[in-house]
Design a protein around this ligand. Structure first.
Ligand code: IFM
Length: 443
């Protein structure tokens, strides 16, 4: 099966931006050429990463960048979304790491030479460990350090960049990193998640101020992940619990950025769990954005539970990807339509969408039909949302290539391109060929 959509769909137009996405820690390696990040420390902590691996080499993209960009070019995409590694740019003594800056300059120049739009994420989770040593995202100062780092990036990279996203998925940094502890820095305390989230959002707002002033011609915004919430039953109790779950995991990040306020759920939280919000914070966070990046993978179901805001129900006997996430493309349509109904949205980009598969190379080929089906179904779901009036300007497949999948290590493969982590050989999966064919047939 191929990827195809009716030629009447805006998704088959050359004006719609297609890309592939990666992030620094997941692919770069060359850890000896940068400062330590919280993910290095987390990987060194026994029991945190399923296969006990780390990001020291990863896909060795730091050395293989030119070959990888040629591969991206070969896929026929319009854009490449990647992140800049903060500890590769700023040394612990606050000086600028010229070697790190030069690496990204080479990448940016090559992308521009090939006509591929660089979509740069400024923070995809690799916080310099030195900041974590002073409290990390629990320390308000970290937001100001982030602003300083963004000033350096903008000064160094100038008009080579097409788009800047301040943060990738602050939900994951705050909730997974400080509230449940399955991501770096591994703190598991309900008292901490909302506090970390507030400082991340503040960092976003401060960075937007820098971008609006110093880089007004780039498309500046943020990337949020959404996991749409559905009630287990139609009971009013389950519906209310589901709305609370949505506020807690999704709208907590969206609403302050779009409306300048937290969901009313904040009033229900014990005081110790609420963030310290200073006078101007929400106005800073509410800075206008040029675009919103949406990362979508799956949905979740919820029901009411006495003494709790909600209870999450694990997916039952439904179609799931190799990482255990339900395949439910309708949720992408529902999400986009509901965001469009709720907020005054800027242009949207789907900045991540894809699936983990149990992929193997056999006679030089990776037959990942399930991934092709996944992309087909999600592009159809996206098309549905666009037909219903949602403005979406682009779509990025996650990921360009198999890489370090955080707490899962190298065991979960999300790539269009298969990576042999022993030899660093890259093999285009069938899905890569289909994505390329679909993109290059646009008119
Ligand atoms: O690999 C991650 C990525 O870094 C952030 N979004 C979700 C992906 C799959 O888990």
């Amino acid at each position: 099966m191929k990827i195809s959509l009716p030629t009447t769909s805006p998704l088959t137009s050359k004006d719609f931006v297609y890309g592939v996405a990666t992030s620094s820690f997941q692919i770069e390696g060359a850890a000896e050429k940068r400062e330590i990040s919280i993910w290095d420390t987390f990987c060194d902590t026994p029991g945190k990463i399923v296969d006990a691996s780390n990001g020291l080499v990863a896909c060795d993209h730091y050395h293989l960048w030119e070959q990888d960009i040629n591969l991206i070019h070969d896929l026929g995409v319009d854009a490449y979304r990647f992140s800049i590694c903060w500890p590769r740019i700023i040394n612990n003594d606050k000086s600028v790491n010229r070697d790190g800056v030069d690496f990204y300059l080479k990448v940016l120049d090559k992308l521009n030479e090939l006509g591929i739009k660089p979509f740069v994420t400024l923070y995809h989770w690799d916080l310099p460990q030195i900041h974590e040593d002073h409290g990390g995202w629990l320390n308000r100062e970290t937001a100001y350090h982030f602003r300083d780092y963004v000033e350096v990036v903008v000064r160094e990279f100038g008009d080579r960049v097409h788009s800047y996203a301040t943060l990738n998925e602050p939900f994951c940094s705050a909730y997974l990193g400080y509230e449940v502890g399955i991501h770096a820095p591994g703190k598991a305390d309900r008292m901490l998640g909302r506090k970390a989230a507030h400082h991340l959002l503040l960092a976003h707002g401060l960075a937007m101020q820098v971008l609006a002033k110093e880089s007004p011609l780039t498309l500046n915004g943020i990337v949020l992940n959404f996991t749409p919430c559905y009630p287990l039953t139609d009971s009013p109790e389950d519906k209310l619990a589901t709305q609370k779950a949505d506020d807690y995991i999704n709208q907590w990040y969206m609403k302050p950025i779009m409306d300048g306020s937290y969901p009313s759920l904040i009033e229900e939280l014990p005081y110790e769990q609420r963030p310290d919000i200073l006078d101007d914070d929400l106005a800073i966070i509410n800075h206008p954005i040029d675009f919103l990046g949406i990362n979508f993978y799956t949905r979740l179901k919820y029901r009411a539970k006495a003494g709790h805001l909600y209870e999450e129900i694990p997916p039952g006997d439904v179609e799931k990807t190799d990482i255990g996430w339900e395949v439910f493309p309708q949720a992408l349509t529902d999400l986009l339509v509901s965001l469009n109904d709720t907020y005054d949205l800027p242009p949207l980009y789907i900045t991540e969408n894809g699936m983990a598969g149990d992929d193997h190379v056999e006679s030089g080929q990776v037959k990942d039909q399930l991934r092709i089906n996944y992309y087909q179904a999600h592009l159809e779901a996206l098309n549905q949302a666009i037909q219903q009036g949602v403005k979406v300007d682009g779509y990025f497949a996650w990921s360009l290539m198999d890489n370090f999948e955080w707490a899962e290590g190298y065991l979960k493969r999300f790539g269009l391109v298969y990576v042999d982590f022993e030899t660093q050989e890259r093999t285009l999966k069938d899905s890569a060929h289909c994505y390329k064919e679909f993109i290059t047939q646009r008119v």
